[in-house]
Each structure stands twice: as structure tokens, then as C-alpha cells.
Design a protein around this ligand. Structure first.
Ligand code: MG
Length: 318
């Protein structure tokens, strides 16, 4: 404070213009609070584990106080979110001043085939009826079905299209969320995925580089039915640059998971500045959700608060 006062006094002595003075004073205020103006921030509630489920109404209020405005839920099962009905969860979120935008959920099987296609569609029909009560804009699948060859991923794309058609009829957008295994490469007619960790893989001479599972999902789905939520941390862990993906698939990647190893910014391995620049440069970007795994730590609330403070202090969020 002394420094700021003495600076302002000195600036005044130099007869700087009033406008410039006002600007300097507000910057000094922002620096004192370590907060810059920014837009709304979303949270994936999975981040909090039992710290939230132990007392959902109180936990939701704490999320709001920590700097978040909207949510993506996890934990859909048997028509509830955890033990709470969809309608009750919606009311609790509204009471806390939070909007539920999205929900993560998976069909009960990871093995997709023609023989269980109808069963998977039935899952999405029931889940859509339930999610209408929650009032979400998005239903997002975060779990990777088993894919060993290119044709497997193309078939998964067909199932995603069917899921997207079902949710669309209720006015909800279907999406898919990646981890690192979606950056495995799949051969046509192959028997085993080529791991994303195999950086030295080169196709036989004259053959093209096999596509990643994520590329096949994007290319084999209908843009009007399936969007993608890119988890930027898992993209990096899969050996890929999220900025390249956001730019390359600008029309398909509409949401992000903003994630680091733990608290945002702490590892130094994530270039959030470039990620947000790429995200905001696009016409159809929608929402992003902060996510922090290690959900049994017992200190997740402090981590989500530190992560929101980080985003605000760096001015990334517009
Ligand atoms: Mg994620």
C-alpha cells in the first residue's frame, strides 16, 4: 500500500493526465486483489468426489463461492445423480446460483456391436428422458468403447450418431470427451491399437500414417449430432498439442476440459494462454469446465478455488 501511495504521489508530481492516473490506480487495485476481470468459469463436479456428495447443497454453494458459475455433472445412475433425483439436483444448483450445462454419462458396456446396438440406444433414450428433468444443454460420453481397428472406431461413430439423434429430439446436444487412449492409432483390419506412447511408430513404406481413434470418431460422426469436448490435459498426455486440435477441428470441438496435473498452472506443462486464445478465436466455442482428478485427496475444494483464482489472475477467461 505504501508503495502504491508513494507511486501515485510521485505520478501526481509528474503532472500526468487524470485519465492515465485513473488507469494506473485501477491496475494497482487489481494487482492488490490478484484478480482481473473475467468471464464465467465452469466446473466438472467429478473433481470433488465425496467432498461434494457428503453434503450436496452446501457443496454447491461452496463451488459458487470458489468462483464458478456453471457445472457439468458426473454420476448419473438409475435416473439419479448419485443418490439425488434430477429435479432435486437442478433445484439445489439453482439455489446455489449455478447453472447445470452438461452431464457426463456412459452406457453400461464398452463392447459395441450390432447385437447390442438397440440396448445402447435404449440406454440413451432413458438417459435423455432423465436429463430433460435436469435441464442440460449437453450429454457427454467420457468413456472410450473398445477399439482395436479402424472399423471398430467407425462403428462407434455410428453409435454416437444414433445417440446424438436421440438426444437431439429432446433438444440436447450429444458429445464425446477424450482421455489419452483416443490418440492411439488404428489400422484398417488391425488386431491391436498402436499406442499413443509409441512415438517411433512409422507405417510401412508407401502406407499413410494410421489415424488416431479421435480422428476417426470426428470424421465418422455427423456434425449436427455429435460435438467433441477436448480434455486438454489428456490430449497432451496422449502426445498431442491441444491447440492444433482446437484449430484443426474448430467446427467440432465446442467444449473443453481445462485440466492440469492437479491445480491449474502448477505443473508448468500446460500452455493455457494459447489454449484459451485458440478457443476464443472460434465462432462456435461454447463452454469449458475446470477438472481436477485425484478426487480422494480430501483437499479438492481448496484445489478448485486455487484453480479459479489462477484463471482469473492470469486474465485467460473472457
Ligand atoms: Mg476430463
Amino acid at each position: 500500500m505504501t508503495n502504491r501511495r508513494s507511486f501515485l504521489k510521485r505520478a501526481s508530481a509528474l503532472t500526468l493526465g487524470a485519465l492515465f492516473m485513473d488507469g494506473m490506480a485501477s491496475k494497482a487495485n487489481a494487482a492488490e486483489k490478484n484478480v482481473m476481470a473475467g468471464g464465467p468459469i465452469g466446473l466438472q463436479t467429478y473433481s470433488l468426489g465425496r467432498e461434494l456428495s457428503a453434503d450436496v447443497p452446501a457443496g454447491l454453494k461452496k463451488i459458487k463461492e470458489s468462483g464458478y458459475s456453471y457445472l457439468e455433472l458426473a454420476g448419473y445412475r438409475n435416473g439419479n445423480i448419485g443418490q439425488i433425483s434430477m429435479a432435486d439436483y437442478k433445484k439445489m444448483a439453482n439455489d446455489a446460483g449455478l447453472e447445470i450445462i452438461s452431464s457426463h454419462l456412459n452406457p453400461t458396456t464398452r463392447d459395441y456391436s450390432r447385437s447390442n446396438f438397440e440396448e445402447i440406444k435404449d440406454f440413451w433414450k432413458k438417459a435423455t428422458e432423465d436429463h430433460v428433468k435436469l435441464g442440460v444443454k449437453y450429454m457427454v460420453q467420457p468413456g472410450l468403447p473398445n477399439c482395436n481397428k479402424e472399423e471398430d472406431a467407425q462403428f462407434v461413430g455410428e453409435v454416437f450418431n444414433a445417440a446424438g439423434e436421440i438426444t437431439k429430439q429432446a433438444g440436447i446436444q450429444f458429445g464425446y470427451h477424450n482421455h489419452n487412449f483416443e490418440f492411439n492409432r488404428l489400422l484398417p483390419g488391425g488386431t491391436e491399437a498402436i499406442s499413443f506412447a509409441n512415438r517411433n511408430y512409422r507405417p510401412p513404406q508407401g502406407q499413410p500414417m494410421p489415424k488416431t481413434t479421435e480422428e476417426i470418431f470426428i470424421e465418422s460422426t455427423d456434425p449436427s449430432k455429435v460435438i467433441f469436448e477436448l480434455d486438454v490435459y489428456w490430449t497432451v498426455m496422449g502426445g498431442q498439442d491441444p491447440v492444433e486440435w482446437i484449430n484443426k477441428y474448430a467446427d467440432r470441438i465446442q467444449m473443453l476440459h481445462i485440466k492440469d496435473r492437479l491445480i491449474l498452472g502448477d505443473s508448468g506443462m500446460m500452455n493455457f494462454e494459447k489454449i484459451f486464445q485458440a478457443f476464443y478465436s472460434r465462432p462456435n466455442r461454447q463452454y469449458f469446465f475446470v477438472e481436477i482428478e485425484d478426487t480422494n485427496s480430501g483437499i479438492q475444494f481448496s484445489r478448485i478455488k486455487a484453480s479459479a483464482d489462477y484463471l482469473n489472475s492470469r486474465g485467460f477467461v473472457k
